[in-house]
Design a protein around this ligand. Structure first.
Ligand code: ADP
Ligand code: MG
Length: 259
């Protein structure tokens, strides 16, 4: 049985159908990529899943539990995590303190944070940093970390409450190709070991095809294709709608670089 089930989800903004009858599912330990051109409805779907937006129609279930109508905090507590850019005020804190903050929040002790943060779950926070390869940087302020390291730290922060489903909006944006592969290999390794399901958006088709177990394709609010990376690569409708017909994925990337 699937861990996560999205059924006929719809969300409109005025006359714009940002999500229109979207259905898909995810199993534990599975990496599902969501691709589609700008305006396809990817961010809307992310925000509907995590409760920042409320679906107009349909159902979103984690372990048979309905998420539509719940608040973001409740959805997070049920096990839907997401990677964030580290929030501004936290950039003066060290890497390990950021993870400790997340562990405090998990343990619902946020309000006593100031007095307890330096001690709370330091060993557990260090272990999470070790898992993302960041333990040697634990005591450095986030403001001095390299971009790729901040992204790894985000992953450690997201894993702090052991999500069952992790939402990652362009986890490799702004990274060099080598860093991208490292980041996705790390994600793959961690989630498969933990049995976490991952839904991620990604512009780089190389990354999608190398790391996704399955791919869903959105266009104008609708899910137009679903399949393995190989099936999506060969899907005529995807080529037509997503890439404007005729062009290969490689040509599309070259065009995007020039633009
Ligand atoms: P993507 O993330 O795939 O680029 P979005 O989900 O951001 O797509 O947008 C899907 C459509 O919904 C677009 O036409 C966009 O203009 C519209 N949209 C998204 N958010 C809002 C909003 N808050 N208010 C009005 N229209 C929105
Ligand atoms: Mg978006």
């Amino acid at each position: 049985m699937s861990l996560f089930e999205v059924s006929s989800v719809g969300k409109s903004f005025g006359g714009v159908r940002a999500n229109d009858g979207i259905s898909f599912h995810l199993k534990s330990g599975e990496l599902l990529a969501m691709i589609g051109p700008n305006g396809a409805g990817k961010s809307t779907l992310f925000n509907t899943i995590n409760g920042q937006l409320r679906a107009d129609q349909g159902s979103i279930k984690l372990d048979s539990r309905e998420l539509v109508g719940l608040r973001p905090r409740e959805i997070w507590r049920l096990g839907v995590g997401r990677t964030f850019q580290i929030a501004e005020p936290f950039s003066s804190m060290t890497a390990v303190e950021n993870v400790q903050m997340a562990l405090l929040s998990r343990d619902r002790k946020l309000f006593s944070f100031c007095s307890r943060a330096t001690d709370h779950c330091r060993d557990e926070a260090m272990e999470l940093l070790r898992q993302v390869g960041m333990h040697s940087q634990a005591d450095r302020p986030c403001s001095v970390l390299a971009y790729g390291d901040v992204k790894c730290l985000e992953l450690a922060v997201a894993l702090a409450h052991a999500p069952r489903l992790l939402l990652m909006d362009e986890p490799t944006a702004g990274m060099a190709p080598r860093e991208r592969n490292d980041m996705m290999a790390l994600t793959r390794d961690l989630v498969v070991r933990r049995g976490t399901a991952v839904l991620f958006t990604e512009h780089s088709m190389d990354v999608v095809f190398a790391y996704a177990d399955r791919v869903i394709v959105l266009s104008r609010g609708r899910l137009i294709a679903e399949g393995t990376p190989a099936e999506i690569r060969d899907n005529a409708e995807v080529k037509d709608v997503y890439f404007g017909g005729g062009t290969t994925f490689g040509q599309q990337r070259a065009k995007a670089k020039v633009a």
